[in-house]
Design a protein around this ligand. Sequence first.
Ligand SMILES: NC(=O)c1ccc[n+]([C@@H]2O[C@H](COP(=O)([O-])OP(=O)(O)OC[C@H]3O[C@@H](n4cnc5c(N)ncnc54)[C@H](O)[C@@H]3O)[C@@H](O)[C@H]2O)c1
Length: 460
Amino acid sequence: MKESAQLRARIADRTARVGVVGLGYVGLPLAAEFARAGFVTTGIDLDRQKVDAINAGTSYIPDVPTEEVARLVAEGRLTATTDFAVVSSLDTVNICVPTPLRKTKDPDMSYIVSAVERIAAGLHPGMLVILESTTYPGTTEELVQPMLEATGLKAGVDFFLAFSPERVDPGNPTFNTHNVPKVVGGVGPASTVLAAALYGSAIDTIVPVSSPQAAEMVKLLENTFRMVNIGLVNEIAQMCDRLGIDVWEVVKAAATKPFGFMAFYPGPGLGGHCIPIDPFYLSWKAKQSGFDSRFIELAGQVNGAMPHFVVDKIADALNRHRKPINGSTVLVLGIAYKRDIDDMRESPSLDVMTLLHQKGARVQYADPYVPALTARQWHGGFRLDTEPLTPEAIGAADCVAILTDHRIVDYDMVRDSARLIVDTRNAIAGEHPHVLKLGAPAPKLVDREGAPVAAEKAVA
Ligand SMILES: NC(=O)c1ccc[n+]([C@@H]2O[C@H](COP(=O)([O-])OP(=O)(O)OC[C@H]3O[C@@H](n4cnc5c(N)ncnc54)[C@H](O)[C@@H]3O)[C@@H](O)[C@H]2O)c1
């Protein structure tokens, strides 16, 4: 086919004009990767602030250094725009827009639909369109393909269409867009070959699969695997808590088995844009065929209950100091959904804070990556600014709840300054009378000299 051979040649000599729609945590690293590989790359986003930032040579995604964006922009290899008119001049377009869930846990396809509508207006023969947004199996062929084919062009023949799941792990110092193998599944063999060629020019390893649906399912298997295993270890943590066994010690020892076991760690619940959400695309799709995905539902229930479990743990901790939650100051340490990043989407810390607020606690937080929490970002309904990570601020709280274990926090300082700590991440090493860990026996109550005593005689 003439079109496919021409695009292959343009990819090979880097003259293909590459576009990325949606310049967030996924899209900006990908656009930077294509630009670095030598393509003139255009990012398209509806958010004018992001577009202006890129054109000014600055990054807003921690995994993409500002110096890199500045260099690529200065060399004329990376530009950004809010105007989809540019699509008609592009050879390839990767779609990296959000795919949230509605409150009813149905997939919200509106961002994909809106982006594809705009791309369809500029679709032309020989163009390659790749969907990267995580979604239910069937989206590429059942939703995107008919919208693009409404132009009269045929997928796999006149233009090329593929799905390739994004596997980026924000904040991961070892694995990034460049060195994480990329799965691709196209509509017809030519689409797969072209998508593999495009990614192959910028990414180390390409894994072709037989169809877009298989590629969509790969991503959902990966994320369901994480969600279910985190659910399992969270249940084991609750069990250990009840049985007086230290789950952290158990997981650490189990992880020494060289085969057949993979360590997952408990925590305050699931967070982020992917793990708590993606498996529900799968259960939604399976339900349409009358299939009930029980593991997903169960893991969702166990993980969803973790913030409540953490609040109970904070109540137990305060009780040891003869204090109620109502009126106590609880400082939540870490509100990003995982360590070393600034992303708070679906963060369980926000659920814990809301529950504490509803019970009358004076809620504070400290997070070196999140300077402020707006009233709309949590259900407390008012703005909070981060407390400084100083011994004074830590020592002023009745209880410090470690919910995200950012590596730059000085946990020795936290341990030495706090009056009482609930540690849901095993961030504080060793046993201490004032540190209660999630999924571990509570330390013995002691008097001022450190001798074990009954509850009513313990130091407050
Ligand atoms: N963040 C992750 O770690 C991660 C990992 C793997 C997969 N994913 C998936 O990748 C997709 C994107 O996630 P993200 O984290 O990059 O989201 P994000 O919210 O950081 O970025 C999405 C961007 O798309 C833009 N956008 C929205 N609608 C648009 C439209 N119609 N046209 C142009 N731009 C539009 C938004 O302004 C935003 O800048 C999602 O489907 C997500 O599930 C995310």
